[in-house]
Each structure stands twice: as C-alpha cells, then as structure tokens.
Design a protein around this ligand. Structure first.
Ligand SMILES: [Mg+2]
Length: 168
C-alpha cells in the first residue's frame, strides 16, 4: 500500500494517534498463556479497542515496517502509516524523547494523541510550545500495557478536542 504523505489531512478531520509497540502493545508481562513470547504479551483485543477510538492510527515505533508485517495482523489492524525516524537522534532540548520532534513534524499541525511508555514532562512542554493544535501525550505503563483507563483518557480527550476543531 502506498504510504500517504506524512500528516496529510483527512477529510474527516480525525486526530492522529501515534502508537508505540514495545510497552503499550507489548508490555513486559505476559498477558496470555502460551509458549510464544510475542503472542504471550500481545492482547488481540487491543486492535478493535484502538480502532474504536475514532482516530487515524499511525505506527510510531522502532518496529517500523515490521509493525505492519508482524503486529498489525495479530491485532486485526489494517496496514497503517509508519513514522520514519531520522538517522541521528539529536533532540532540540535535553531530556526530550528522540521521537517527539519527528512525530510532531509528521503531524503537520494537526491534533494528535501519542501513546508511549517513555513520554516525559519535557516532551509535553516542547509539544505545547511547538505544536499549534491540541495534543495528548499519554504515558502507558510498560508493565501493564494499554489499559481501559488509558483508552478512556484518549476517548475523553478526543471528545473534548472535537469542538475547538470545528471551523478549522
Ligand atoms: Mg516503548
């Protein structure tokens, strides 16, 4: 499938949702009883839960294309756009995550959610200053993986961020 240009606006104006794999979808703990280490940690129900969030899902992970090849089929997700990372991991401000600036650029000023287990205050501060639209940087506990509380936080944010976007 041809990749859409980074951050191409969608007609429906849904927020982007940048998705990390290690931590949120593959927590450190086993979630299922199987010999396969990957299958043990993945929860297939995460796919339908994520699709129901009414966002445009985008892989933001070091898995890169393997997220589509390996993880997406297990979760019943379609092939998703993939954020390509720069070769250097220079960050604008010390203490920021190396993903923050590239994925914010990818969003091109559109509202976005970012689910990752390595988000910190510096990332939130930087995005608040550099990104003109609403953004939710939500840290997922890598021991638990994505929880119902995480999903509820995203749902509430999507509902709240919907009204200011009217007329954009
Ligand atoms: Mg991670």
């Amino acid at each position: 499938m041809p990749q859409p240009a980074p951050g191409s606006p969608s007609r429906d104006n849904k927020p982007l949702l940048f998705l990390d794999v290690d931590g949120p979808l593959l927590p450190f703990r086993a979630r299922r009883d199987t010999e396969d280490p990957l299958l043990a940690r993945i929860d297939r129900a995460d796919g339908p839960r994520l699709r129901a969030l009414n966002c445009r899902l985008v892989w933001a992970t070091t898995w890169m294309d393997e997220a589509n090849e390996v993880v997406a089929p297990l979760l019943g997700l379609p092939e998703l756009p993939v954020v390509r990372w720069p070769d250097d991991d220079d960050v604008p401000i010390r203490g920021m995550h190396w993903k923050t600036a590239p994925l914010t650029r990818w969003a091109r000023g559109q509202p976005f959610v970012w689910l990752d287990d390595e988000i910190g205050d510096m990332d939130r501060l930087w995005v608040a200053g550099e990104h003109p639209a609403p953004a939710l940087l939500h840290k997922v506990d890598p021991y638990l993986g994505l929880t119902e509380d995480d999903l509820e936080t995203v749902r509430r944010w999507v509902l709240r961020s919907d009204s200011p976007r009217l007329g954009r």
